[in-house]
Ligand binder design. Structure first.
Ligand code: ADP
Length: 498
């Protein structure tokens, strides 16, 4: 019986594959690290053949560990690091150079040039993004401009390009496609018309004939080709769903209704709020992406990030040596009745939305002779929650409705203290699921839905278990007072670096 689905989760530092059963439980997984290349300061590359090789090895490992007949696997889904650009030869599948990774800053100068040319507003209106080197478009143009002969070959239709979803799906099935959520991170895509935008392709100098065909997130794109080394047994299985990692996590967390949001507390935080069929443009520096298209209906999301979240805890451990391990932060925080007036603004690399100040720097304020390391640990955890609350408030302002619920995942979401404080600040319930592999789950659900493994998202999401729910406990006035004080602390950290 067809009862399993496998998600390929191609991340920045590793390639993973997870096999889920039809209740959404994890049966087996495989994982291989992905080599990183830093050819110059600020430049980051991956070898696309490493991406493919590690991903296929992870897939083979998950499949073999599960020991299920291949005929029982209903579909494969794909989720991936977003924005990373790959250009390859149509005939041979050989990449023309390494992939330029989302973190790579090499096209910052080109983005400044584009901004000066006056196209910034058009980018914002059409793509929902801000003109930045982070996104795929200028990375593709860079490859075409720097690999000898590549631009001419692209014009002749000898090359193909895409983000990592495209690269993997093309290698697995031969279909040259990219799902709407990944397309919406390229800076070339009209998120309302769901098409590549001619004006932007011309301005960024990306020939439209090498771009993948934009496709919905839950649909059979093709079947696994026969004879792919290491996964021969999986030939014929449909590849039936794809989404960028953050959108997949939003889906995997079950945030299907407007006003529902997820936050991943990792090294940094990634917050996405479902805004339904409205593709809003933020007045406050948030990004708009396609979340997914399912059953012909497009959902959009507002997105923002906190640059330093879990990294603040690493800093307490490695630089300040206040703690020996991350979990001790919670114990310290709970050992004092309150923050003792101490605020920690972890603006190590500036502050993102809604402050957008690259010159802000970290600060600890409100120290008195009685302040202890417990107060500082507490202020660090609270500081992360304040930054997430600021982001969410901005989203609420843009969407003009309050947050309905926040679903959490990521390494630092295990902090009960921080989750409780987050609920107190946001004044809504916070849900922490038992199954934290939300990104892979999202890709698996999208693929399973396309092949009828589940009839509706509700069917699969209904069977999920929650590990904890945090409801607001602190009186509203006190939470408001804390937030006022936090904003005073932030104002002191702004524009510090001259
Ligand atoms: P990423 O995917 O960005 O590498 P993870 O989701 O693996 O991050 O989360 C790792 C982060 O979580 C680290 O920065 C670490 O400091 C933080 N972390 C882990 N455990 C705790 C804890 N108990 N309390 C607070 N932060 C924690």
């Amino acid at each position: 019986m067809r009862q399993y689905v496998i998600a390929l989760d191609q991340g920045t530092t590793s390639s993973r594959a997870i096999l889920f059963d039809r209740t959404g439980a994890i049966v087996s997984q495989g994982q291989y690290p992905l080599p990183q290349h830093y050819p110059q300061p600020g430049w980051v590359e991956h070898d696309p053949m490493d991406i493919l090789r590690t991903q296929l090895m992870a897939l083979a490992e998950a499949y073999e560990k599960a020991a299920v007949p291949p005929g029982d696997i209903a579909a494969l889904g794909v989720t991936n690091q977003r924005e990373t650009a790959v250009v390859w030869e149509k005939d041979t599948g050989r990449p023309v150079m390494n992939a330029i990774v989302w973190q790579c800053r090499r096209t910052a100068e080109e983005c400044r040039r584009l901004e000066k040319s006056g196209i910034g507003d058009y980018v914002r209106q059409t793509t929902g993004l801000l003109l930045d080197a982070y996104f795929t478009g200028t990375k593709i143009a860079w490859i075409l401009d720097h690999v000898p002969g590549a631009r001419a070959r692209a014009e002749r239709g000898e090359l193909l390009c895409g983000t990592v979803d495209s690269w993997l799906i093309w290698n697995l099935t031969g279909a040259h496609v990219s799902d709407y959520s990944n397309c919406s991170r390229t800076m070339l895509f009209d998120i309302d018309r769901l098409q590549w935008d001619e004006t932007l392709c011309r301005a960024l100098r990306v020939p439209m004939n090498i771009l993948p065909r934009p496709v919905p997130n839950s649909q059979v794109y093709g079947k696994v080709k026969p004879g792919i080394r290491g996964i021969e047994a999986l030939a014929g299985i449909p590849v039936a769903g794809a989404a960028g990692d953050q959108q997949a996590a939003l889906f995997g967390q079950g945030c299907l209704a407007p006003g529902q949001a997820k936050n991943t507390y990792g090294t940094g935080c990634f917050t996405l709020m479902n805004t339904g069929e409205q593709s809003l443009r933020s007045e406050n520096g948030l990004l708009t992406s396609v979340a997914w298209q399912l059953g012909g209906r497009t959902s959009y999301a507002l997105e923002g990030s906190v640059f330093n979240a879990g990294s603040t805890i690493q800093w307490l451990r490695d630089e300040l040596q206040l703690i020996g391990a991350a979990h001790e932060t919670d114990l310290l925080a709970e050992s004092v009745p309150d923050n003792g007036g101490v605020y920690l603004v972890s603006a190590f690399t500036g502050l993102g939305a809604p402050h957008w100040d690259m010159y802000a720097r970290g600060a600890i304020l409100g120290l008195t002779r009685g302040a202890t390391k417990a107060h500082i640990a507490r202020a660090a955890l609270e500081g992360i929650a304040y930054q997430v609350a600021d982001l969410v408030s901005t989203m609420e302002k843009d969407l003009q409705r309050p947050l309905d619920s926040l679903w959490v995942d990521g390494g630092a979401s295990v902090s009960d203290f921080m989750m409780q404080f987050q609920a107190d600040l946001l004044r809504c319930s916070i849900y922490r699921p038992a199954m934290v592999e939300t990104t892979a789950a999202g890709a698996a659900y999208l693929a399973g839905l396309a092949v009828g493994l589940w009839d509706s998202p509700e069917e699969i999401l209904g069977s999920r278990r929650l590990e904890s729910v945090f409801a607001p406990r602190m009186p509203l006035e006190q939470a408001q007072e804390y937030r006022r004080q936090w904003h005073r602390a932030v104002s002191r950290a702004l524009k510090w670096e001259a």
